[in-house]
Structures are given as structure tokens and as C-alpha cells.
Design a protein around this ligand. Sequence first.
Ligand SMILES: NC(=O)c1ccc[n+]([C@@H]2O[C@H](COP(=O)([O-])OP(=O)(O)OC[C@H]3O[C@@H](n4cnc5c(N)ncnc54)[C@H](O)[C@@H]3O)[C@@H](O)[C@H]2O)c1
Length: 333
Amino acid sequence: MEIKVHTREKDYSILLERGALYQVKDYVDAKRRVFIVTDSLVPKEYLSILQKQFPNAKSFVFESGEKNKNLSTYAEILKYMLEAQLDRKDVVIALGGGVVGDLSGFAAATYMRGIDYINIPTTVLSQIDSSIGGKTAVDFEGVKNSVGAFHQPSLVIIDPDTLKTLPKRQIRNGLAEAVKMGMTGDEKLFAIFEKEDYMDHMEEIIERSLRYKKRIVEEDEKETGIRRVLNFGHTYGHAYESVMDGRYLHGECVGMGMMRVVKEESVKERLQSVLLRLELPLSCDADQEEVYKRIVNDKKSVGDAVNIIQVNQIGKAVTEVWKKEEIKEALGV
Ligand SMILES: NC(=O)c1ccc[n+]([C@@H]2O[C@H](COP(=O)([O-])OP(=O)(O)OC[C@H]3O[C@@H](n4cnc5c(N)ncnc54)[C@H](O)[C@@H]3O)[C@@H](O)[C@H]2O)c1
């Protein structure tokens, strides 16, 4: 299946198909040199499937983990790109999760003032969310995604078969973002989590999430308006992520963040039962005062208020402005 994304920067396709990893060569002009970036925990079999298709490609493998989404890995990638003598007609292929995608996308955005990159996401989170939309970045001075660029991929190739090697925790972690998308704009997507076994509906979940994100990105490429709905659960979620210092994954923190924000009882009950079905945590033992401090110091806070994306009805998001007392109240401090 092909989904077309139209943005001001460029139009590109998302190919969603089992076995698509074996067909990447069909989409790359044979004259272009290929530079593959992946990390140490992405199964080697996927890299070799690509290497068989591009025997002359250079590859760069960095150590897996958010802690390596930094300027020094970014510089290393650029160094190898220079050594491989890539020019602006060549192409970077990102093979892996959101960390690989964000790093390689940023390297592609800046190398020789920007070259093409193809994103081949291999985690649920990256297949449903981070691989499209053109946000690329590294973390800097402890601040997540603080150095980066908007640079749309020239193609996204999603092979759901790659998820067969992904640990269960990573699968559920990624699905938290799909729950978020269902909550904010696609009630049918949310209903899959309420009624069905998500493993039997993975392709439908990926497709619905991508179509939803595509709509938002096309409308608001640089997050000046509607794209902010995608931050639902993220204000509290990011604070949990940093206070708990890696003990919880991003999606797990977003789940807990959504639980803090929703006030409408019936919505909260439905969210809670979906998170429980997905075996995602509802809360954690974070120091709530610390969480509060991180929220008010967040770059998205304005004066003594914070914009919070709220859901009072499944499938519909609104923006609320919360004063400090309200932020505290939701944390129970
Ligand atoms: N650019 C965006 O719009 C956007 C959106 C959301 C999140 N993000 C970023 O995405 C990152 C998180 O992405 P993630 O959750 O994919 O984490 P990740 O990239 O760290 O991947 C998680 C782990 O799974 C391993 N892995 C990847 N594919 C695998 C497979 N098929 N089988 C087995 N193991 C595999 C990786 O090596 C890694 O150890 C964060 O840095 C976040 O900031 C970016």
C-alpha cells in the first residue's frame, strides 16, 4: 500500500507492505551511492538484506540507545559520509527505530546543505509516528531534541515483518502513541485497542496512525498550530521521562502523562482500561514536586501557564491553558 504525503518541502510516499525490506532497491536509482545508518541492536539480518541489494553501500552502525542521540554520534556519521565521498545526489538510508531516524535525518538535513534520506523504521513507534513528519534532531546538554532541523524524508518504507524481532515492551511502548492518536483524532483507532487483540490488527493500527499523522503534518508542517495535538500526554510525559531518568520508555511516559491530564471521568476510565490491556503503567513513583518543576520549566510554558492538550471526548482534542495550581492539582501535590 502506498500513502502519499504532500508538504511544502516535498511530496513523498510511504510504502507499507510485508516484505518491503526486500524491495528497497526498486526505489533507488542505480547511479546513486547509498549510505546506510543503523544501530547495534537492530537485528543484523535487516542490514544484510539491504547490503545484498546495495553491494557497494557504506554502512555506519552506532551503539543503540537514546544516550547516543547526541552531537558526537551525529559528527561521526558526517565524518563517515565525507569519507565515503557522498555528494548531494546520493542518499542516506536510516534503518532502525526513532533514534536512528532522528540522527540520520539530521545528518542528511545538514550534510552538504541537505541530501535525500530514506527512512526504514523498524520499531512500532517509528513505523506509526517518528518516521514521517520531517522532525529530525539530537539531544544536547540534557535537553531532548534541542538541536535539529525539519527535513522530510524522500521515501518511507515500512515492513511490518521487521516487528517480529521487536521486544514486547517496545511494541507496547510504541502503541501508546497510537492510543494517543486515537484519543485525539481517530475514535475507530482507539476502539481497536478497546475491543480487539492489537497483535492481530497491527497493520491496520500502523495505517490508521500514519493516515492521521499525515493529515496533521500536511496541515501544519512546522507545528505552529494543529500539529500540537500530537503533544497530548507529552507535557507530563516528558517530565516523567526526565525525572525517572530512563527507567520508563517514552511511550510509557506518554501513557502516564495522558492519565494525569484527562479530567472527564468516562474518558479517563476508557483510557485506563486500554492502557491496562496494553500492560502500560498508569503511574509511577516519581517525585511529583520534581515533575512539577520540569513542567513549568519546559520550553512550551508561557509565563505562569502551560498549554495543555485535553481530550474530553474520544477522538477530539482541544487546547487548554493551565495555571500552576491546575498543573499541581493534576499531580496531586
Ligand atoms: N522525529 C519525530 O517526529 C519523533 C517522534 C517521536 C519520537 N521520536 C524519537 O524517537 C526515539 C524513540 O524511538 P524508538 O522508540 O523507536 O527507540 P529506539 O530507536 O531506541 O529503538 C528501541 C530499541 O529497539 C531496537 N530495535 C529497533 N528495531 C528493532 C527490531 N525490528 N527488532 C529488535 N530490536 C529493534 C533498537 O536498536 C533500540 O535498542 C526518541 O529519540 C524520540 O525522541 C521522534
